[in-house]
Design a protein around this ligand. Sequence first.
Ligand code: CMC
Length: 384
Amino acid sequence: TKAITLDEGYRNTGACESNITFINPEKGILRHRGYPIEQIAEKLSFIETALLLFEGEVPSPDRLKRFSDLLTANEMLHEGVRQFFDGFPSTGHPMAILSAMINTVSCYQPDVMELEDEDTFDVSAAQLISKVRTVAAAAYKMSIGHPIMYPDPNLSYCANFLHMMFSIPKKVYEPDQDIVDALNLFFILHADHEQNCSTSTVRLVGSSQANLFASCAAGVCALWGPLHGGANVAIMNQLQELHSTKMDLGKFIEGVKQKEYRLFGFGHPVYKSFDPRAKILSAAADRVLAKLGVNDPLLELARRLEDVALNDDYFVSRNLYPNVDFYSGIILRAIGIPVNMFTVMFAIGRMPGWIAHWKEVRDRKSKIYRPRQIYTGPTERSLA
Ligand code: CMC
């Protein structure tokens, strides 16, 4: 047997081969299936991006229509699922509810969960992408004590989600196209990011041949933490606190440098330069807020914070730049999404990436993932 090499957090271990996403950490490049994220963000919809991730090509109009029809056909939750929402306290965390409900939903379609052929995969993927949005909006409605809104089959993916979030009985919410576009952009920029913590989790769970729903429910849990997807909540809380206490930014940064707390939305395990998604979101934040006529003091605060950090040797010497979470929350806030739903929004956006990676594990007939360890516990001893 070969000696085991310690690589904590697998930072320098290629755990798999993948055709889906390419990152150049030094140059801040991100490409899906060869296409730069900047072009994808400008030219594709979220659902086109999902199909690009699954299949490697931008879908033809016919392919897009077939998949969109499947999304519509699968947008409802089985009525039996509704009773489960009643079991959660209104204070239940939306990520806990999302993860639990993905497995619950799967109990109502056990027949299509296994990847037996392309058609079955298509249905499973469409079910997950479509229903996760219905579940997320329903969890929100339950948390504020409002009745759940049923999806509207006439609406696009993003408009339908906004409808389920913000319509109330007898008052249909009709979103501005700018809001729909902003949400579409948010989802696209979260769609995949190769072997991050949650995607690796999905691959790992999937490598045991666990079904797609179970594997993605595990992904939701991995995403929840503040060092990963939960950072979009953490930075928003930091900005809100800075704003409400009017704390001096220099003093706040000093606390970061003294390691009393981290500046969330900054730093990345892979990028050693600007996260390209943060660049797009930073520009979008200005554009979206201007279009919507929103004047959010937190945007100006975030800009000042970025400026202070990027001119401080602590951040420069450690290659700490804004990541995808730094500006995304400001856009979600302008759309009207409550802060405790931010990581759920990340999960909805990341779903295509998780599904594409789960499929890749299956298609490649991957071995079961089984990392080793360096044992550091006691040597053999005897119980008296
Ligand atoms: N604020 C202050 N100091 C930081 C930060 C930060 N956000 N990130 C890293 N550092 C410091 C850290 O204290 C350490 O300093 P030293 O060398 O003196 O010990 C050095 O930089 C390296 O940190 P690390 O923890 O070894 O770096 P990592 O690559 O393991 O961490 C990270 C990556 C994303 C977990 C980290 O940068 C972090 O905690 N950022 C804040 C949370 C965040 O925004 N997460 C979202 C990541 S991007 C979206 C996603 O994938 O979910």
